[in-house]
Design a protein around this ligand. Structure first.
Ligand SMILES: Nc1nc2c(c(=O)[nH]1)N[C@H]1C(S)=C(S)[C@@H](COP(=O)(O)OP(=O)(O)OC[C@H]3O[C@@H](n4cnc5c(=O)[nH]c(N)nc54)[C@H](O)[C@@H]3O)O[C@H]1N2
Ligand SMILES: Nc1nc2c(c(=O)[nH]1)N[C@H]1C(S)=C(S)[C@@H](COP(=O)(O)OP(=O)(O)OC[C@H]3O[C@@H](n4cnc5c(=O)[nH]c(N)nc54)[C@H](O)[C@@H]3O)O[C@H]1N2
Ligand code: SF4
Ligand SMILES: [Mo]
Length: 748
């Protein structure tokens, strides 16, 4: 038992006591009493222990304390020392216990008995599961070579599974958090500064005078500490410019909201670059000492005036200039948030990220107070393994595509699986990613799955992708397992530990154990030569001097930063680019046949009668992984289709009407409730991603809402980073027919 219980302060205990006695003053209805049933069980007693760990409901991985009695989680609270939590959890993080008690969760390993996609399985034991996978993967390796196996992963358990795959001889591992998310940003910043932005983004909210957001709908996008720092900065009086075609929560706080036509941000950035270079108002010290290519840039943006940008973006020239004035006054303490999910339009996305990076350079805000700081990461040791085998080229390399990609692309592996080119892929291992909802064009994903000899899926709940599995492995939830250590980058770099706070009551296992046991079955067990996971963790900690015992008690340990967070702009500094300088002009891009200076690539207007489909986040959900959670589904059960009042009037749709969207190829979404609001532009519709589950086994969320992924089929691939742009789909709104499915908007 821990001595002090940080979750339950004296004050909150007093408050809770007050609540109980207040409830006792009036008689409860039967239904209310049912709701309070917990109070009559032993679990209503105070927790007997509080255990630190970190959250897995999104990659922000906030530190937490679990307050537990016996084997029941009573509550989760934010870890006060974690920089990404600051003592708080977001709505999703608070609801974590819902995953542990979920009756729908995967409870034991299974093998498919029905057709792929049908979701009919039979229980098997773990030894049988490993034996089956080893046989099938062994056959694929013998017939096609180990490179014909691929791993899709997202989350903390992935890297150890990757070790198993690489040890077995395959270079094909990919996560949607690259090509369906931040790839263009990684590549655009790397090309310019020789560094990509870390996660969390190293944004200096504490010292900023002006924040500039591109999309970045913070507040709806609920990255815990970033939302806290953002609101603190506003409270302190920092100014805010938001570019968004929708009046987002962040836009509602802005000093200046630029209601931009979708896909035209780069035109505005080019106009700003024009003003800074034409007027000579850029940060002279940073640009003269650190950058190359200013003259070429100035010539390139010569004609990109605010008036020119206004014609493309729909934002008046005066507003564009006003935003420039705000930046000029606040520089270098200008915080550019380039967005995180930035795979919107294909090549235009890396061009936009390049323009944003160049803007940071002209503002002198890179590694400057109030802009983007220089993060430090802790350096963990590697668990000793035999030498890794030489790997053949991965699919994108073999196909000679995406010359600047920093990771293998999920879409590249899918393409190889579908077409057999540049070489066939015959086995997939999918861990913690629902490929049906996360890679655009479901038909291509299903077609690829049809070409597989074997599909293994490891998940915690029965989602769309698990229904296609041949062999299904249930993982412990994040509150029941150890995982690899967190190595948090930032101003105060830290090491965090995930550890079990309760025991799984099902036949589930953690990813590290699955990786080790599967590797053993595949004949590469010597890459996992530890007897207990403690041994593995201790080896990782060895170079840091942090004790595992102490880390288990405290949850977190800080290490000394490697660099100061800011660079003196006059300092002689070698950047990790070919020239050693910040490259406003990119010779690398030019050599591969791309524009060395950022281009504005206009997007087509929606054909008459159609609307551009835009999507984003709900603060109470993470992608498609939280809709079946009992607490979150109560709070936010379904999604809406946001549409402009003029459009609704023209189509005769009233608020709350049950509608669906259809793309030009006839693909339709599930039912969405109409939300009529002038917060979206005419010509666009907006929805939350992650709803519209078609897996009947997710009993709480099945049939609730619609999925953007069901209609996003015409995606645009960025030839520079390999990302799939997904805001390229045009849709029509239809009044929904009545169906047997459970629809909250289907009023009788
Ligand atoms: N609650 C919650 N928070 C999350 C997540 C989650 O699932 N749930 N996911 C996390 C992850 S992995 C990511 S990558 C991020 C994603 O979150 P962001 O990086 O913020 O993603 P965006 O696509 O920039 O944000 C959507 C916003 O972009 C606006 N938008 C649409 N088109 C354009 C355009 O052409 N230009 C501009 N300037 N804006 C446009 C939309 O109107 C919407 O307000 O969120 C993270 N945070
Ligand atoms: N149409 C469309 N596509 C998108 C996006 C969008 O907004 N719209 N967003 C994009 C972005 S920014 C990103 S980062 C990606 C995210 O893409 P994904 O990571 O694929 O996100 P999810 O759809 O939440 O899939 C997570 C899967 O992991 C499972 N899971 C949850 N916890 C665990 C666990 O502890 N262990 C295991 N083994 N499994 C677990 C869930 O049940 C679910 O099946 O999607 C991208 N794709
Ligand atoms: S932001 Fe929320 S969901 Fe993400 S890790 Fe933190 S508490 Fe968990
Ligand atoms: Mo993402």
């Amino acid at each position: 038992m821990r001595e002090n219980n940080p979750g339950v302060s004296r004050r909150s205990l007093l408050k809770a006591a007050g609540a109980v006695s207040a409830a006792g003053m009036t008689a409860l209805s039967a239904q209310e009493a049912d709701g309070f049933q917990l109070l009559s069980t032993p679990e209503a007693l105070p927790p007997d222990r509080s255990i630190p760990s970190f959250c897995e409901l999104c990659f922000w991985n906030c530190g937490l304390f679990a307050h537990v009695r016996r084997n029941t989680i009573l509550s989760l609270t934010g870890h006060p020392q974690y920089p990404n939590a600051k003592g708080k959890l977001c709505g999703r993080g608070n609801a974590g216990a819902g995953f542990v008690r979920d009756k729908d969760r995967l409870k034991y390993p299974m093998v498919r008995v029905g057709k792929r996609g049908e979701g009919r399985f039979e229980r098997i034991g773990w030894p049988t599961a490993y034996k089956l996978i080893a046989e099938r993967f062994g056959n694929i390796k013998a017939k096609w070579g180990a490179q014909s196996l691929a791993l899709f992963y997202h989350g903390k358990g992935g890297p150890l599974l990757r070790t198993a795959l690489v040890a077995y001889g395959s270079p094909n591992y990919a996560a949607p958090s690259y090509a369906q998310c931040k790839a263009p940003r990684d590549v655009g910043f790397k090309l310019t500064f020789g560094e990509k932005l870390t996660s969390p983004e190293p944004l200096d909210f504490d010292n900023t005078k002006l924040m500039v957001f591109f999309g970045s709908h913070l507040g709806e996008n609920a990255h815990n500490s970033q939302v806290q720092e953002f609101s603190d900065a506003l409270a302190r009086g920092a100014k805010l410019v938001v570019l968004d075609p929708r009046y987002s929560t962040a836009a509602s706080k802005a000093t200046l909201w630029l209601p931009i036509r979708p896909g035209t941000d780069t035109a505005i950035i080019l106009a700003w670059l024009h003003l800074f270079t034409a007027r000579g108002t850029y940060h002279k010290e940073f640009v003269e000492n650190q950058c190359i290519g200013l003259d070429e840039l100035a010539a390139h943006v010569k004609d990109f005036t605010p008036e020119w940008a206004a014609t493309h973006t729909g934002v008046p020239a005066e507003m564009i200039t006003a935003a420039y004035d705000l930046m000029r006054e606040a520089m270098p303490a200008v915080l550019i948030h380039p967005g995180r999910h930035v795979s919107w339009y294909g090549e235009a996305d890396t061009q936009r990220a390049r323009a944003q990076a160049i803007l940071c350079a002209l503002l002198g805000s890179f590694w400057a107070p109030g802009g983007i700081f220089r993060p430090s990461s802790p350096e963990l040791g590697d668990f000793p393994t035999p030498e890794l085998p030489d790997l053949p080229p991965h699919v994108d390399e073999a196909a000679k595509r995406y010359p600047f990609a920093l990771e293998v692309t999920t879409n590249g592996i899918r393409e190889a699986t579908r077409t057999g080119k540049p070489y066939p892929i015959k086995g997939w291992f999918v861990h913690g990613t629902n490929l049906i909802q996360s890679i655009p064009n479901v038909k291509e994903t299903v077609e690829a799955i049809g070409q597989l000899d074997t599909l293994v899926v490891c998940d915690i709940q029965p989602t769309e992708i698990t229904n296609y599995a041949d062999i299904l492995l249930p993982e412990d939830t994040y509150l029941e397992r150890y995982d690899d250590l967190a190595a948090g980058p930032g101003l105060a770099p830290y090491i965090g530990i995930r550890q079990p706070v309760v025991k799984s009551t099902h036949d589930t296992r953690p990813a590290w154990r699955i990786a080790k046991e599967l590797a053993t079955a595949l004949g590469v067990g010597d890459f996992f030569a530890f007897d207990s996971f403690d041994e593995y963790l201790a080896a990782r900690l060895a170079p840091t001097g942090v004790s595992l015992e102490k880390l288990k008690q405290d949850g977190i340990a800080f290490v000394k930063p490697k660099f100061p967070p800011y660079l003196d702009p006059a300092e002689e500094f070698h950047w990790h680019t070919p020239s050693g300088k910040v490259e406003l002009f990119s010779k690398q891009l030019e050599e591969k046949g791309f524009s060395p200076l950022p281009l504005f690539i206009p997007q087509p207007d929606p054909p008459p009668g159609t609307l551009r489909l835009l999507y984003g986040r709900s603060p109470l959900h993470t992608f498609g992984r939280t809709q079946n959670n009992d607490i979150l589904s109560d709070l936010d059960p379904t999604n809406n289709l946001w549409m402009h009042p003029d459009l609704a009037k023209q189509l005769g749709i009233e608020e709350g009407r049950c509608v669906l969207i259809e793309n030009a190829d006839g693909a339709t979404s599930g039912h969405l409730q109409a939300r009529i609001t002038s917060r979206v532009m005419p010509g666009t519709v907006y929805m939350i991603h992650g709803f519209g589950h078609t897996s009947k086994e997710l009993t709480r969320t099945y049939g609730m809402g619609g999925a953007d992924s069901e209609v996003i089929e015409r995606y645009a691939v960025d030839p520079i980073s390999g990302a799939t742009g997904m805001r390229t789909e045009f849709v029509k709104i239809k009044i929904a027919p009545r169906t047997g499915r459970r629809m909250p908007c289907d009023k009788p």
